[in-house]
Design a protein around this ligand. Sequence first.
Ligand SMILES: *Cc1c(COP(=O)(O)O)cnc(C)c1O
Length: 398
Amino acid sequence: MKRLTEHPKWRDWRWQMRNRVHTEEGLEEWLSPSATERRGIRETEGVFRWNITPYYASLMDPEDPACPIRRQVVPTAEELQPDLVGDIDPLGEVAHSPVKNLIHNYEDRVAFCVTAECAIYCRYCLRKRMVGDADFFLRKGELQDAIDYVEAHPEIRDVLLTGGDPLTFNEANLEWLLSRLRAIAHVEIIRIGSRMPVKLPYRITDELCEMLQQYHPLWLNTHFNHPREVTEDARMAIDRLLRAGIPVGNQTVLLRGINDNVRVMRKLNEKLVAARVRPYYLYQAQLIGGTAHLRTPIEHGMAITEALRGRTSGFAIPTYVLDTPLGKVPLNRSYVEGRAGDYVVMRTYSSERWAEPNPLPDGFQSAVKLPEIDFPADARTIETNTSFVPLPLAPHYA
Ligand SMILES: *Cc1c(COP(=O)(O)O)cnc(C)c1O
């Protein structure tokens, strides 16, 4: 099973990209899929894509279908359960995009989805239906349109490159993009959001880092979810980024059965700070169709973050947030106002109100109990839909 790890090209990121696992037969080289995994693979075909780098596959526990690595990437039949919200775009990203794939939701900064390609397709992905999708790829002229937009808006001082994963670009394309953004005087910082240190650490080559460091100030946020992902190879990738002067932060998604307990969350963040990665955000999982089985009650996430306070280094504690169309909201007692039945009501940074659908499972117990309130008349929310019928996928980009 593990003989692939001896392959002479194992550390070649392009070889890893070419040899990703995305079929039942391919997965069987690593493990014997469980019944729910086999059904997931067959029944989600044409609905949700999946793709696993051999490196990340090598971290899976072949004996344990509940393995936190495996659950992040192998489809299961749970993805086709009726979901509370079948929205493919709960953050209204399309509405906030003045040009294709550029989201201008906060005045001074933009998120720019430069590609739809990613090295692995996480089961809980915010852009689960977009990743790998031909409709979300940008041609060079469309990238240029986004750059022109940034140039025409002097209030934009912070550009976040995301996707997909921007580091799936080759050096030449990435450098083309970075050099054009750097040429815009009002762009103070450029940030890259990339999961490469986690899912394909061999992408972080010396050649890449030498190129990146020409475009400072550059920050990188990566995305570790579980302490088992913090491997020696991952630490080496982080070290190369840090030596190039790029501060590395981390964003975790709170995922049921994967990292939703104090012990795992503390271990993860302590391993990250030991690798000199600063935990930044812990995200509440979004209401993306096909991910209900991975979502947690908000009270549960609040209880975890409250349990970390005072019990580990202050900078090992990320800010627990929910992303909403009204901006990111810290999920703590000063922003969260209470629970109105199946909704958690919170105040946003601009003092609007957001009500997040977040029903409690039967018998749910938590150290955090929110005040019971009435649904405020001025709260915005998203329309829930319990009969999510996934549409067929657009063609894969390849
Ligand atoms: C998260 C996000 C950002 C960056 O937000 P920070 O809180 O500054 O990290 C920028 N734009 C959009 C649309 C975002 O969702």
